[in-house]
Ligand binder design. Sequence first.
Ligand SMILES: [Zn+2]
Length: 312
Amino acid sequence: MMFKRAEGVELQIPRAAVGAIFDECDRYDVDETGGRILGTYKGGDRRLGITVSGVIEPGPNAQRSQTYFKQDGEYQESVFRRVEDHVPEIEHLGNWHTHHVNGLRHLSGGDIETYFRTVNRPTHNTDFFYALLVTERVPGKSGLQRYIFKNYLMRRNDDNVYEIPASAVTLVDAPLVWPASEESVPRKVKTRSAEAVPTMDLVHDQDVVSQFFPKVKMLKSAELGIYWRGTLRTADGADLEVVVLRDSDAPHGCAVTLRNAPDVLEPVTKALAKEVFPNARSALVAAERACNAQLLATATSAKKKRGRLWMF
Ligand SMILES: [Zn+2]
């Protein structure tokens, strides 16, 4: 893979963010590690100014080996929501990870594949994905000189991987929105994010929903909190309207409602109304299966009365 030089891109990174990343590299000097990068941006295609303002750590359930690293998405999502409560303009700019443990001095094919998939997802908020890669530890150096890192950019609908030249990167002295210091973030952020950690399954849930129910979108409103709305296709080829509401309190149970369903699906609508599911994907799968079983039963058993064919 050839890396193209990114033109017209300016990147600002607070020294505190680089410090937080290097500290994390020190903690895992055998296995790959990484995290999410938060910040804001200006411009778009021709000129793009990226300003980093935070780094979310990998989280308590991250998985690591020398060549593999998977972040704890639930934890990171909960931190992101807390930061967003206080800094509404914050964006998830991209990810950072390290290769200083495996000697690969650039992004791997797997990294690139993953980032392309992410940036081209319809639900991805920005038209780019920024990746910071720590490439090596510098023997005998300390402070912000102890590691070398590279900066990459992927763009939506673009097969190139761009490397941001060192001349376009400026280190600045600016406070971070995360990791939080005691002074910079209200106390409730710390206590609430700790509580939210074990129950937040949102990132993974949305991944599965968008893959298997592409016409169901995740939405957010002040009144309802997070919910999903859209259509799923039943076995008879009809598009059925569904809404999944997610309880705002842990353990975030999900309820699914069929809207404007045909009369034949009335038993399913009623039965679903009594159920609570652990997440949106299981609510949608249950609704789809129950509808299909009911449609099939109705079509094939005009004569004999059959019992309930589906269960949740
Ligand atoms: Zn990698």
